[in-house]
Design a protein around this ligand. Structure first.
Ligand code: HEM
Ligand SMILES: *[C@@H]1O[C@H](CO)[C@@H](O)[C@H](O)[C@H]1NC(C)=O
Length: 330
């Protein structure tokens, strides 16, 4: 039985679809590296050493390294994303915000994706599906105002905030992070984000159009391991989706099946649907418990790495700034 479950974990099918400018023409060295990560040849998780900025913010030494300014941004993020319970409400918000900017895209769209429009456009943030993002949005706009004079963009800021938040959560993976995306301040059409009452099948179809497999989707919703709801049931504002919302653990997978809204946990119908649907339940079960932690982290990292590049059309000219991310917390 144990062996069969482990095998299911290994047999999971992850997307290998290419994105953006990787689909045609000659690839740059960076393009080739990213292709390797998207296709699962290379891991999306990076070890690393603490980065030391070569100079003060704005100095010529700092400006020589495109990642240097980001190390200053990330240092501020790390503080904001940490609290006594592990990772903070702003961290949870940043993880969700990265998803909501990037996933406003599918294969049939000429525009959209990880382009910063969630915060640069006049109306995306005000939409129903983005309720709850107000605090992280205000914080992110504050960082943008402070650091844009040093050359940072909003799309990159949103994605770096998401990957920094993930690794700041105890047990969270250090997901490879690139910068150089092109910003867009035009609002994108609505209807690209899921709602918590959707069926498993309609979620699978929605995510397939964004190049994710059903197994990728199961890995991605594990982000609800660090989640609190305020608007699904306002009478239970603050209820989390597992018992440990400050930790990037797999309690969410087990509790979604067994917890019936007791002890300040609120199970979204969409999560319960994925946990019990024929096409997703084996993958769901493989992520439960401590033996699920390593496979989930790797699967989440690969799927979120893909998320962070949806709609990006200049992948060949991005820069790897993973080195400025904090190191994982045990
Ligand atoms: C099946 C698809 C999904 C649905 C239906 C869904 C729905 C929701 C809803 C309704 C909330 C609570 C909002 C509120 O009431 O305050 C939420 C929170 C959250 N979601 Fe999702 N989500 C999905 C997938 C994802 C994915 C793919 C990610 C990240 C990769 C993600 C990350 C989060 C996080 C971190 C929170 C907590 C935000 C906070 O505590 O402030 N979700 N989600
Ligand atoms: C938990 O509460 C929410 C909101 O009231 C409801 O939609 C959901 O079905 C409940 N889940 C379970 C497992 O009872």
């Amino acid at each position: 039985m144990k062996e069969m479950e482990a095998r299911d974990g290994r047999l999971e099918v992850r997307s290998t679809e290419l994105l953006g400018d990787l689909l045609g023409g000659i690839l740059s060295a960076v393009g080739n590296t990213i292709k390797g990560i998207l296709t699962g040849v290379t891991s999306a998780v990076a070890d690393g050493q603490a980065y030391k900025a070569p100079g003060a913010l704005g100095s010529s030494q700092c400006n020589k390294d495109q990642c240097c300014v980001w190390s200053y941004v990330v240092a501020e993020m790390k503080t904001a994303f940490t609290d006594g319970n592990g990772c903070s409400s702003l961290a949870r918000g940043a993880i969700r915000q990265g998803f909501h900017d990037a996933a406003t895209w599918d294969k049939n769209q000429a525009f959209g994706g990880a382009d910063g429009s969630l915060l640069l456009s006049v109306d995306e943030l005000g939409r129903v599906e983005n309720r709850g993002l107000e605090a992280i949005a205000a914080q992110t706009k504050g960082w943008y105002t402070k650091y844009k004079q040093y050359g940072i963009g909003m799309a990159d800021l949103i994605q770096l905030a998401a990957t920094t938040a993930t690794v700041v959560c105890p047990q969270g993976p250090r997901i490879k992070s690139y910068v150089g995306r092109i910003d867009n301040s035009n609002s994108l059409p609505s209807g690209f984000l899921p709602n918590p009452f959707q069926s498993a099948l309609s979620l699978i179809e929605m995510f397939a159009l964004k190049t994710f497999t059903a197994n990728d989707l199961v890995a991605l919703v594990g982000a609800h391991s660090t989640s609190q709801q305020f608007f699904v049931d306002p009478s239970r504002a603050g209820a989390s989706q597992d018992s440990t919302p400050g930790t990037w653990d797999t309690n969410f997978y087990g509790e979604t099946l067994t917890n019936n809204n007791q002890s300040n946990v609120l199970v979204f119908p969409s999560d319960r649907n994925l946990a019990t649907y024929s096409q997703t339940q084996r993958q769901w079960n493989a992520f439960i418990g401590t033996r699920g932690q390593a496979p989930w982290s790797a699967a989440y990292a690969q799927a979120y790495f893909r998320m962070s590049l949806l709609g990006v059309k200049n992948i060949n000219s991005l820069t790897d700034c993973t080195k400025v991310l904090p190191l994982p917390r045990i």
